[in-house]
Design a protein around this ligand. Structure first.
Ligand SMILES: Cc1ncc(COP(=O)(O)O)c(C=O)c1O
Length: 411
């Protein structure tokens, strides 16, 4: 892979929707007209002053942006080494970064004359964010969710219903995020004349990965400016994000991608162990494949079928990764690491007790790695973590399985 072209964001994807050899459109030809309509409407609409004004109103009034950057002083002192900062995407209305691209898709749907939004969800964060954006813009909403996740994230299911969304249970296979995505894509195939698919991550066929990255780019743009004003014009040495499909990571990386001195880290879930079916560490253990309409890196068995996945964080339990993340990995622009369920849970408790913040189990993966990294760095170095979501949705699960103090169960 040759050096990445600059300016990066204008150079990728190419005209066919490829990021290097990853991406493209590998869905049934019946879906092609809908995807072409989406790509051309997006190009036509998203930079108009009217679209930007409406988007900005939603960002400020509905979402509560900008979200701040916060220095984790207690944690940094306890760990030693680098200073750890977080970009507080957990403070978004609905509690996670997902709403950044949901409001974008909802506005786009409205401008395209669509009546309904369709999506899949894992932890339920994307579903709640989309149901919120649909209510705000006066659209119908249909969210597909694995049966297992429906049971685990019941409070988010109730929220979606309260916001007027129809929740569809996906009951095939592992009844989790992959099956929810299959089910949502099928619904889109049937309903695309009046509905828009607001995908949950930077995955799927072109133009979804590009649109999600662009709408999430608000995180990186804000973070870059805020960090520089906090530190008299310097950039962080390290930027860290957890990765399933890559929406929070690509949003954050967007702000620093053309700065080669900033190391970009992607953190994957190592689940219960490094054995196939026991984790969802796609970049670490996957290989070239096609999943949900895009060429990418996929965790798969010898016969090419997607592997089962396991992670304590439902939002990270996905056997693929977005094509742009796959390209950045192949180009050595991102450095990958994996964090186990146990390490993530320990970090969840540590953040609550030490910093007063209950973080999402997905984000706990990113922070757990940042802690590891900080201890190997100089005290002059700075690590900026995308704190993608808050942990309210995980509290019941954690209390039930670990109580209020994890030290006994995790030792
Ligand atoms: C809080 C949170 N962080 C991270 C993720 C992972 O998704 P992505 O890789 O698209 O950011 C999810 C997915 O549900 C999530 O809810």
């Amino acid at each position: 892979m040759p050096d990445l072209q600059r300016p990066y964001l204008q150079s990728y994807p190419n005209g066919e929707g490829y990021f290097g050899r990853f991406g493209g459109n590998h869905y049934p030809p019946e879906l092609r007209p809908a995807l072409e309509e989406l790509a051309s409407s997006y190009q036509e609409l998203h930079q108009t002053p009217e679209f930007q004004r409406a988007l900005n109103n939603a960002r400020v009034g509905l979402q509560g942006r900008p979200t701040p950057i916060h220095y984790l002083e207690n944690l940094s002192k306890q760990v030693g080494g680098a200073q750890i900062f977080i970009k507080r995407e957990d403070l978004n209305h609905t509690g996670a970064h997902k709403i950044n691209h949901c409001v974008g898709f909802a506005l786009l749907a409205k401008k395209m004359g669509k009546k309904k939004l369709i999506a899949e969800t894992g932890a339920g964060q994307h579903g709640v964010a989309l149901a919120t954006a649909a209510a705000y813009f006066g659209l119908e909403c249909e969210v597909h969710m694995g049966e297992v996740d429906i049971a685990k994230q019941s409070s988010n299911v109730g929220r979606m219903q309260l916001l007027g969304a129809h929740v569809v249970s996906a009951t095939t296979g592992q009844s989790a995020l992959k099956e929810a995505s299959d089910s949502a894509f099928n619904a889109y195939l049937e309903q695309h004349a009046h509905a828009l698919y607001a995908i949950g991550s930077a995955i799927g066929p072109h133009p979804f990965p590009m649109i999600v990255r662009d709408f999430q780019g608000v995180v990186g743009r804000e973070a870059r400016e805020q960090f520089m004003s906090l530190t008299n014009g310097s950039l962080p040495e390290h930027v860290v994000a957890c990765v399933a499909g890559g929406s929070n990571a690509m949003g954050m990386y967007s702000g620093f991608i053309d700065d080669p001195e900033v190391v970009l880290h992607a953190v994957e879930p190592l689940g219960k162990s490094d054995e196939l079916d026991q984790h969802a560490a796609t970049l670490s253990y996957g290989r070239l494949g096609t999943l949900h309409g895009a060429r990418s890196i996929v965790l798969q068995r010898d016969d090419g079928t997607p592997a089962s996945v396991s992670s304590v964080a439902s939002g990270l339990a996905y056997p693929g990764v977005g094509p742009e993340i796959a390209m950045l990995h192949e180009a050595d622009r991102i450095s990958i690491s994996a964090v186990s369920d146990k390490e993530a849970i320990r970090t969840f408790f540590r953040m609550a007790k030490l910093e007063g913040i209950i973080i999402a189990l997905e984000s706990a993966h990113a922070l757990a790695f940042a802690i590891r990294l900080a201890s190997q760095c100089l005290s002059s170095e700075r690590i900026l973590v995308n704190l993608s979501g808050r942990g309210d949705k995980d509290v019941d699960y954690v209390l039930e399985n670990y109580g209020t103090d994890a030290s006994a169960t995790l030792s």
